[in-house]
Design a protein around this ligand. Structure first.
Ligand code: NAD
Length: 256
């Protein structure tokens, strides 16, 4: 912990890279948590192609989204610690694999969501192909779709063009938005300290970003409760829970 505080103290261009593990202390299960929502819904069922091809898959996807939205998840000490670092002018931004919006709720303003957001929905067109949404441009808050589902439409379609509507997340088999990936790469390459938190660092190309930071001269800290493939490339590895590590470290640096 002392080493972490010292690294934070000596850095002016901190960039965080976060994965599902930063939100488990808020109650959102990662893909591995036993007993979590993923024991009832298999994320591999929701590939982009299956979503496009099957009304049944879309209905199950909306039921899952409804379950998540009911839970009223709140940011935890780790999200708040990163927001404080940004407010203090030490952290340039957060690149996240998460779709839960908790960094923004905690007060972070520069957040690059490489896998999109579950807080919004979008038209993806009537028959998008090859993992590429091809919608008319319609977007709405996630609540718009949930209200339609609650009103008895289990598979809401676009009110403007009749196309399919999907959560604005990047599903398996869907292409990552090149401009978002570019934004994330530039942010990662600008870091003098990259802090990877709660990511198994196996989902690519997202997990390449911490490595890109290192190749550009940044130091790397990994905070995760299990080993990751990048541990050997890190200057410091802290095996623990994100909030319990980052919360006290940032308090030590910036005060309570
Ligand atoms: P992952 O599930 O593959 O890995 C999460 C990692 O965090 C694991 O190594 C786990 O051991 C660790 N972890 C869990 N709780 C922790 C804690 N409290 N403190 C420290 N470490 C902890 O997640 P991933 O690497 O982000 O990749 C999976 C994909 O799943 C992501 O791309 C993301 O889009 C999606 N996802 C997002 C959410 C979310 O938005 N909250 C939730 C589940 C999955």
């Amino acid at each position: 912990m002392e080493e972490l505080t010292a690294l934070l103290h000596s850095s002016r261009r901190i960039v965080a890279f976060t994965g599902a593990g930063i939100s488990t202390e808020s109650g959102i299960p990662d893909f591995r948590s036993p007993g979590g929502v993923w024991t009832r819904y298999d994320p591999r069922d929701f590939t982009f192609d299956r979503y496009v091809a099957s009304a049944d898959v879309r209905e199950r996807a909306w039921r899952m989204r409804r379950e998540f939205s009911d839970a009223g998840y709140r940011p935890n000490a780790a999200h708040r610690a990163l927001a404080r670092l940004e407010e203090a002018g030490r952290l340039r931004g957060v690149v996240t694999q998460n779709i839960d919006g908790l960094h923004q709720l905690a007060g972070s303003s520069r957040v690059v969501e490489i896998h999109g957001t579950a807080r919004e929905v979008m038209c993806i067109g009537a028959a998008p192909r090859a993992g590429m949404p091809a919608g008319c441009g319609f977007t709405a808050a996630h609540e718009w779709a949930i209200a339609r589902v609650d009103d008895g439409d289990p598979d809401p379609s676009c009110p403007d063009c009749g196309g399919l509507v999907k959560s604005s997340t990047v599903s398996f088999g869907q292409v990552l938005a090149p401009d978002v990936l570019e934004d994330a790469s530039l942010l990662a390459e600008s870091a003098d300290l990259m802090v990877a938190v709660g990511s198994s660092l196996v989902v690519r190309p997202a997990a390449d970003l911490p490595l890109a930071a290192v190749q550009n001269g940044s130091r790397l800290v990994i905070v995760n409760d299990e080993p990751t493939p990048l541990d050997d490339a890190a200057d410091l590895v802290l095996r623990g829970r994100a909030g319990e590590v980052l919360g006290p470290a940032v308090e030590e640096l910036l005060g309570p």
